[in-house]
Design a protein around this ligand. Structure first.
Ligand code: MV4
Length: 448
């Protein structure tokens, strides 16, 4: 069966380069689309063709569906890879791409829509036998807030139906607080997502964020590639991710894996996806499903040896998965440090020219980045400029390798979060893997 002739990469930065590399290995031609601020991006230079799709502002370029579709038409691309962020979880875009006779490298618009609505996502998972966070089965309003909260049990967390990423979440600990919390959450949801609907869950106090990577094809084959522990976050931005989770037993992993596989198979899910869970006291609770490739996918690639972006492209072309669940063996340990162009203390963005750049190398090191010596980090986009991913036989070896490679990494001219990672890797809690979703914020508050 044949693959695509030419893929348009509807993204920028390191993930655009990551996708381009997969295309090259599959002998697929590439089209880069870029804003006027990104003509010097590495993937633009390496692509077979490039099209400028608009000014620096994302809403006039990377989010502009008509411009991206025009670029695909003009260059004769037969597929579009959306990467992450931007239009990657926009069902309207996925639909429009397909209506133009172009393949969207991702799930169906129906699956994107279903998982974009967090109430529907939870309902679907309940029906499929996946354990979810206890909570309301539908929307809550100011009128039934107290009644629901007493059924769910305090403390409760109010979340936006169209949300994700923590925007518009409110905790309430009593009847006194809950009505106002629902009102506030609704207002924030309306302002951020244009939809004021909210739902309610039992608030878990000290969970870990553990997510499962899944992939499905159009022939009914599914597999999971194990979990990633993404508990080390600041303001809902992941900072450090690792696989496998230091908190899971093999039994817990296998058991959740088979539940997830069954669910994904029944859904008829196609492409790569991630089920996000909270994990507390040995129990898993489904929160949300992401229908895209994620920033932290490399840690999974390192411990499984599977190229997830190639699999995405293959299954989008109608090929079966290149492996089955029995072929998946988790080998060693992988850690990813997100390197942002930010002040490591204040986290204020630090765009500008990189005056000297030396990446670490050697056994077990992978650097996914689009930047180079002399590159100017534009101020218009996400501040992540590189991902340092290490692999080791054991978690201990991986930690030593993180420290060693951070010490080798030179990025001059701008501030980066490398010094933060240098501190984290030597911290006793991090060394022992003893952390939850609040660990980093508490640590930073102590440091300040
Ligand atoms: C929760 C929770 C505790 N209990 N849900 C934050 C982002 C959004 N996707 C879900 N989030 C949370 N949901 C219940 N029922 C705590 C969080 C949360 C969090 C989750 C993962 C990683 C970091 C976090 C930081 C603060 C709160």
């Amino acid at each position: 069966m044949k693959l695509f002739e030419k893929i348009l990469i509807a993204n920028r930065g390191e993930i655009a380069l990551r996708i381009l590399r997969a295309c090259k290995e599959l002998n697929i031609k590439t089209v880069a689309v870029h804003s006027t601020a990104d003509e010097n991006c590495k993937h633009v230079r390496l692509a077979d063709e490039s099209v400028c799709i608009g000014p620096a502002s994302s809403k006039d370029s990377y989010l502009k569906m008509s411009s991206i579709l025009s670029a695909a038409e003009i260059t004769g691309a037969d597929a579009i890879h959306p990467g992450f962020g931007f239009l990657s979880e926009n069902a309207t875009f996925a639909q429009m791409v397909e209506e133009h006779g172009i393949t969207f490298i991702g799930p169906t618009p129906q699956h994107i829509t279903m998982m974009g609505d967090k109430i529907t996502a939870k309902k679907t998972m309940i029906e499929l036998g996946v354990p979810v966070v206890p909570g309301t089965e539908g929307a809550v309003t100011v009128d039934n807030a107290i009644e629901w909260a007493n059924k769910v049990g305090y403390p409760v967390l109010i979340k936006a139906t169209s949300g994700g990423g923590g925007k518009g979440m409110k905790v309430a600990t009593s009847d006194d607080e809950v009505v106002n919390a629902v009102r506030m959450a609704g207002l924030e949801a309306k302002a951020n997502f244009g939809n004021d609907e909210v739902y309610m869950e039992r608030y878990l106090r000290k969970p870990r964020h553990i997510e499962i990577q899944v992939v499905g094809d159009t022939h009914g084959n599914v597999a999971n590639l194990g979990e990633r522990d993404c508990s080390i976050q600041r303001r809902h931005q992941k900072v450090w991710e690792e696989a496998p989770s230091p908190a899971l037993t093999n039994d817990q992993r296998t058991k959740l894996g088979s539940i997830v596989n069954q669910a994904i198979k029944k859904m008829g899910y196609r492409g790569a996806g991630t089920l996000e869970f909270l994990f507390e006291d040995g129990e898993f609770f489904f929160m949300e499903m992401n229908t895209r490739i994620q920033v932290e996918h490399p840690v999974t690639e390192m411990v499984t040896g599977i190229d997830l972006v190639k699999e995405q492209i293959m299954v989008a072309a109608g090929h079966p998965l290149s492996f089955s669940q029995e072929d998946i063996k988790i080998t060693g340990h992988a850690i990813e440090c997100r390197i942002n162009a930010e002040d490591p203390q204040t986290f204020t963005p630090s765009p500008g020219k990189i005056t000297s750049y030396h990446t670490p190398g050697g056994f077990g090191i992978r650097v996914d980045s689009h930047v180079y010596d002399g590159y100017v980090v534009p101020p218009h986009y996400d501040s992540m400029i590189a991902k340092l991913i290490v692999h080791g036989k054991t978690r201990e070896e991986a930690m030593q390798r993180v420290r060693r490679s951070l010490d080798e990494y030179v990025i001059d001219g701008i501030s980066t979060t490398i010094p933060l990672h240098r501190i984290l890797v030597d911290n006793p809690d991090m060394r022992s893997g003893d952390y939850d979703i609040h660990w980093l914020e508490k640590f930073l508050a102590k440091e300040a």
